[in-house]
Design a protein around this ligand. Structure first.
Ligand SMILES: [Zn+2]
Length: 237
């Protein structure tokens, strides 16, 4: 078996090259969305960021909720999902409010496999998920309860948080990116591969501590997914 596994680190050629034509095509896709109003875009290094406003009309009150967001495309786009941020920091981050401390919206529910990777429509799917997030978040603001139970961060939550805490202490950006990738894609890391921290050492002999945490998280996620798939369906009233 090949000792390498396809990651953003071993296969960087799989990401999108943002030529002027490719950017135009991407922005055209985004402009077609009724609920998104494009404002501008920029680059951080060669990473694309798009800014704009998402708006949703509440079904009961008819009130329009809007949020100015920043969507950050990963270098491996569309192999992995863009991240969306509450750019003006309107909401207070919290686990219950499904928002990370850096104001990123929590859109990734890996056990539901919601997003179509390797598709040009991935960014529009992510904006659609952001819209659902905004709708739920406005309910959360009024009731302090996140609507719906399927999205509950149940018992893999603490493990994931622990993994992220450990990564924060490490301050190695490669390890940070690797962890996000593991969490988003649920791929079991290779013990005998190169450590993603770029030290050149074997993973098991370098960041073995993180590797163990990540493996534990993955095992629990997979088990949780099985539980989720087997749970009795609740019929809407
Ligand atoms: Zn390492």
């Amino acid at each position: 078996m090949n000792s390498h596994w396809p990651t953003p680190f071993t296969d960087p050629t799989r990401g999108t090259a943002w030529s002027p034509e490719r950017i135009d095509r991407e922005l055209e896709l985004l402009r077609q969305l009724q609920f998104f109003k494009y404002t501008t875009h920029s680059f951080v290094g060669d990473l694309l960021q798009v800014f704009g406003t998402i708006s949703v009309t509440e079904t009961v009150s008819g009130r329009v909720q809007s949020l100015y967001i920043r969507m950050e495309y990963p270098s491996s786009y569309p192999r992995s999902v863009p991240q969306v941020f509450d750019h003006e920091k309107v909401f207070t981050p919290s686990t219950a409010g499904h928002q990370f401390s850096n104001h990123r919206l929590c859109l990734s529910f890996p056990l539901r496999e919601e997003f179509t990777l390797d598709s040009d429509g991935l960014s529009t799917e992510i904006l659609g998920a952001s819209l659902i997030w905004l709708d739920k978040r406005s309910i959360f603001e009024r009731t302090t309860k996140w609507p719906g139970d399927a999205e509950d961060h149940s018992w893999t939550g603490p493990l994931r948080d622990l993994l992220r805490e450990e990564v924060k202490k490490d301050r190695n950006p490669w390890i940070g990116a690797w962890t996000d990738w593991i969490i988003a894609e649920l791929i079991v890391p290779n013990y005998r591969g190169r450590c993603p921290c770029q030290s050149g050492r074997v993973f098991a002999l370098c960041h073995a501590r993180l590797l163990n945490l990540a493996s534990e998280y993955l095992l629990h996620s997979i088990h949780e997914r099985e539980l989720y798939e087997r749970r009795p369906t609740v019929k809407a009233a």
